[in-house]
Design a protein around this ligand. Structure first.
Ligand code: VGL
Ligand code: ZN
Length: 201
């Protein structure tokens, strides 16, 4: 059994002062850095949107951040502009150890969002992460990062569906918690067989 730590979206825009700040988001940095020593393989994901991305409220006339819209692939939450390619908000938190093996960028297609590290929000377009893990013989995944109820949960649910052994270390995650999204995400992960060894932070 080979294991990997997947560090989800620990970027400036999801930390205090960022465009889509997750409460206490920067508190995950120290525990994540410490966990890296326990894993042979460390993978980081990076939310990486072009300016004018379709998940931005600013791209939809009359819409505000956190409104919902219907996209071709289903309901999409609209966000403040965040993690724009090449801008400071898209950079990893300055104190995060980014020496891992792979940095996987996602959300770079203008017309589709990608919360999960495996599939974009149409749940069909692959990012290539599954192939990377399988060709390296990695079967066990531990997920940490931001945000528990969006990118971490979507990644965990896809990983479980693909047959990986998945654990989410909640003490090294923080949530957005939009209209009960955290409670729902925890229930969905539990139901999918995702291990949650520590309670919600
Ligand atoms: C995320 C909302 C929009 C996340 C990314 O990393 O959880 N959430 N883009
Ligand atoms: Zn995003």
């Amino acid at each position: 059994m080979s294991q990997a730590l997947i560090v989800i979206d620990v970027q400036n825009d999801f930390c205090p002062g960022g465009a889509l700040a997750v409460p206490d988001g920067d508190a995950v940095v120290a525990p994540i850095n410490a966990m890296m020593a326990d894993f042979e393989t460390v993978i980081l994901t990076q939310d990486w949107h072009p300016a004018g991305h379709s998940s931005f409220a600013s791209s939809h006339a009359g819409k505000a951040p956190f409104d919902l819209v219907e996209m071709a692939y289903g309901t999409q939450v609209l966000w403040p502009d965040h993690c724009v390619q090449g801008r400071k908000g898209a950079s990893f938190h300055a104190d995060l150890d980014t020496s891992g093996d792979l940095i996987l960028r996602k959300g770079f297609r203008r017309n589709i969002d990608s919360y999960s590290g495996f599939f974009e929000n149409d749940q069909q377009t692959p990012t290539g992460l599954e192939g990377y893990l399988r060709t390296r013989g990695i079967t066990e995944l531990t997920l940490v990062g931001l945000a528990t109820d969006f990118c971490v949960a979507y990644t965990a649910l896809d990983a479980a569906k693909l047959g990986f052994d998945v654990s989410v270390e909640l003490s090294a995650c923080r949530a957005i918690d939009l209209d009960g999204s955290l409670k729902r995400a925890l229930a969905d992960m539990h139901a999918a067989g995702v291990q949650l060894p520590t309670g919600p932070a």
